[in-house]
Design a protein around this ligand. Structure first.
Ligand code: AMP
Ligand code: MG
Length: 502
C-alpha cells in the first residue's frame, strides 16, 4: 500500500482521539473486493499478501497511518442522544489515488473512548452484511461507502449468542456524518464547527466557495448541496426498494453516501410500510418514511449549521430564512429524482402527463398483492423486451387488475417515437439497466453468513460470499449460472429478525 496521509487529523484534537487498533488474533481472509482495490490503486500482489491480511486485521499499521476515532453526536430514533463517536471504527488515513483521495477505515478493531457500553468489535455476520451491501449498492449505481476487505478471527464477541468476530475495511472520500456537525453545535463550540464546515467545503464542496451566488453564504450553500445529494441517494433507495433501517443523524453521510449498514433490507413483497429493523418498534424508519426522515435529518444539520449561517446573514431571522431556503430544494429534488427513476423503471425515455398516475397505480397494485418488488420490475422489463406480458401477469392473483393497468401502460409505450423501430430496444434496455435482477436479499446474505460461520458442516466456507459479491457487482446482468439468487425468497426469509445488534 502506498504511504497514507491523514488530513482529518490536521483538524486538531477536539475532533478525535488517536489510538492504535486492537487487532484480531490469527486473522483469515473472508473476502476482498478487487474492484475497490483497483479503484484505489492497490495491486493484486499486495492484496493477497500476508502484510495486507495483517493490515486489514488491524495487527500492523500501514506506512503513514495515524489511526484515530472521531467524535460525533446525533439524534437517534428522533431523540438527541448526545455524544456518540467511532465506537468501533478507526480512520487509518487517506490514500491519494488517480481517482481522488480515499479514507481507509477499519471497523471492529476494539474499544475507543466512544464505545459506551459496546465492546468495539464487529461480528462476522454483520461484517459480511456490510461488506456485501456496500458493493451491491455500488453495483446498483447508488452512492455508498465501499468495502475493501473482510478478515475474520475465531475470537468471540458476545451478542445474543457468542459469535466470531471480523474487521471490515471501509473506503470512502470521507466518513464525516451530520452528527459531526451536531456535536460541536450542541456544545456551542462555534470555532470547531466552522473549522469542520470549512474543511468539508474546501475538500468536498468547493463550488460553495467558487460559484459566486453560493459564495455569498457558503454554509447555507453547503446545506443545500448536502440536501441535493441526500435527495438523490434516498430517491435511489426508494426506487430499488432499499430500507436502511437506522437513519439516525449519526448514520447520515455529509457526502450523501449510504453509510453504516446494519439492519438494512431490500424489500421482498412490496409493502410500503415495511419495517426492516426489528428494534424499530414505532416504525420510524419504515420504507415509506425514509424520504421524510431524510428531510428531518437535513433539518437537524441545518440547525447545527445555524450559527455559521447566522454569522454571515447577520440576524437569526435572516439565517433561518436562508437555512429554510437551502432545505427547500429537497422538497422538489427528491420527488423529481424519484419520478425520473420510476420513469426509467417503466422504460419511458421522457416524462408525460399521466405517467405519475401509471406509477401510482402499479405501486398500489403491488402493495395490495405484496408482489415481489424486484421480481416484478425485472419481469416487466423482460416482458417489454420480448413483447410477452404473460410472465408479468402471472405474478398477480388479480390478473384483471393487472390487465387494466397494462391497458394504460402498453399504449403509452407504443406511442413512443420510433417504437416500431429502434425505440422498443432502447426502452427495454433502459428497463433492464434500471431494474436489477439481483439484490442482496436477507436470506441470500444469511445463507452466505451461515456457510462462512461453518454452521452447516463445521467447515468455514467463504465461497458463497465471493459468489454473491461477483453477482451483486453487476446486478443488471443475467449471470446464467446464478439464477437461483434471483428467485423468490424462501418461507424462512420472512422469519429472519434483523436488529441493531451487530
Ligand atoms: P450504529 O447504530 O451501529 O450506527 O451505532 C451507534 C453508535 O454505537 C456508534 O457510535 C457506534 O460506533 C457505536 N457502536 C455500535 N456497536 C458498537 C460496539 N459493538 N462497540 C462499540 N461501539 C459500538
Ligand atoms: Mg452508526
Amino acid at each position: 500500500m502506498k504511504k497514507l496521509t491523514n488530513h482529518f487529523a490536521a483538524l486538531g484534537k477536539d475532533f478525535y482521539t488517536e489510538l492504535a487498533p486492537q487487532g484480531i488474533p490469527n486473522p483469515y481472509s473472508v473476502c476482498v473486493s478487487r474492484a475497490v482495490a483497483d479503484e484505489i490503486g492497490l495491486s493484486e500482489e499486495w492484496l493477497i499478501s500476508f502484510e495486507a491480511l495483517q493490515a486489514f486485521a488491524g495487527n500492523i499499521a500501514p506506512e503513514g497511518s495515524q489511526p484515530l476515532a472521531s467524535v460525533y453526536s446525533g439524534h437517534q430514533f428522533g431523540l438527541w442522544a448526545g455524544q456518540l463517536g467511532d465506537g468501533r471504527a478507526l480512520l487509518l488515513g487517506e490514500l491519494e489515488t488517480t481517482n481522488g483521495n480515499f479514507e481507509i477505515q477499519l471497523k471492529g478493531t476494539g474499544r475507543t473512548p466512544y464505545s459506551r457500553m459496546g465492546d468495539g468489535r464487529a461480528v462476522l455476520r454483520s461484517s459480511i452484511r456490510e461488506f456485501l451491501c456496500s458493493e451491491a449498492m455500488h453495483g446498483l449505481g447508488i452512492p455508498t461507502t465501499r468495502a475493501l476487505a473482510i478478515v475474520g478471527s475465531d475470537m468471540l464477541a458476545r451478542r445474543e449468542t457468542n459469535e466470531t468476530t471480523a474487521v471490515v475495511t471501509r473506503v470512502a472520500p470521507s466518513f464525516i456524518r451530520f452528527g459531526h456537525f451536531e456535536h460541536f453545535a450542541y456544545r456551542g463550540e462555534n470555532e470547531q464547527l466552522k473549522t469542520l464546515a470549512d474543511y468539508v467545503i474546501e475538500r468536498y464542496y468547493p463550488e460553495c466557495l467558487t460559484t459566486r451566488e453560493l459564495a455569498a453564504n457558503p454554509y447555507a450553500a453547503l446545506l443545500a448541496a448536502v440536501s441535493s445529494r441526500t435527495a438523490l441517494m434516498v430517491a435511489a433507495w426508494q426506487a430499488v426498494g432499499f430500507c436502511h433501517g437506522v437513519m439516525n443523524t449519526d448514520n447520515m453521510s455529509i457526502l450523501g453516501l449510504t453509510i453504516d449498514y446494519g439492519p438494512f433490507q431490500f424489500l421482498d413483497g412490496f409493502n410500503p410500510a415495511h419495517i426492516c429493523n426489528h428494534s424499530d418498534e414505532q416504525g420510524r424508519y419504515a420504507y415509506n418514511r425514509q424520504p421524510n426522515i431524510a428531510y428531518w435529518n437535513l433539518f437537524c444539520l441545518g440547525q447545527a449549521l445555524m450559527p455559521l449561517i447566522e454569522q454571515i446573514e447577520g440576524s437569526s431571522d435572516a439565517a433561518q430564512a436562508s437555512a429554510l431556503a437551502a432545505l427547500e430544494g429537497f422538497k422538489s429534488e427528491f420527488p423529481a429524482a424519484l419520478q425520473a427513476k420510476m420513469q426509467a423503471k417503466l422504460g419511458f425515455p421522457d416524462s408525460q402527463d399521466g405517467d405519475k398516475v401509471l406509477i401510482e397505480d402499479i405501486l398500489k397494485l403491488l402493495a395490495k398483492e405484496r408482489t415481489d418488488y424486484t421480481i416484478f420490475w425485472r419481469t416487466l422489463s423482460t416482458s417489454v423486451a420480448t413483447n410477452n406480458f404473460e410472465p408479468a401477469r402471472d405474478l398477480f392473483i388479480d390478473r384483471a387488475a393487472f390487465d387494466i393497468w397494462l391497458g394504460q401502460y402498453q399504449p403509452r409505450l407504443q406511442a413512443i417515437n420510433g417504437w416500431e423501430g429502434s425505440a422498443h430496444v432502447a426502452c427495454s434496455n433502459l428497463m433492464l439497466s434500471s431494474n436489477p435482477k439481483y439484490v442482496l436479499r436477507n436470506h441470500l446474505a444469511q445463507t452466505a453468513i451461515e456457510r462462512a460461520q461453518g454452521k452447516t458442516d463445521g467447515v468455514k466456507d467463504f465461497s458463497e460470499v465471493a459468489r454473491l459479491l461477483k453477482v451483486l457487482e453487476t446486478p443488471f446482468e443475467e449471470h446464467a449460472d446464478c439464477q437461483a439468487l434471483a428467485g423468490f425468497p424462501p418461507d424462512w426469509a420472512s422469519h429472519l429478525e434483523i436488529s441493531c445488534s451487530s
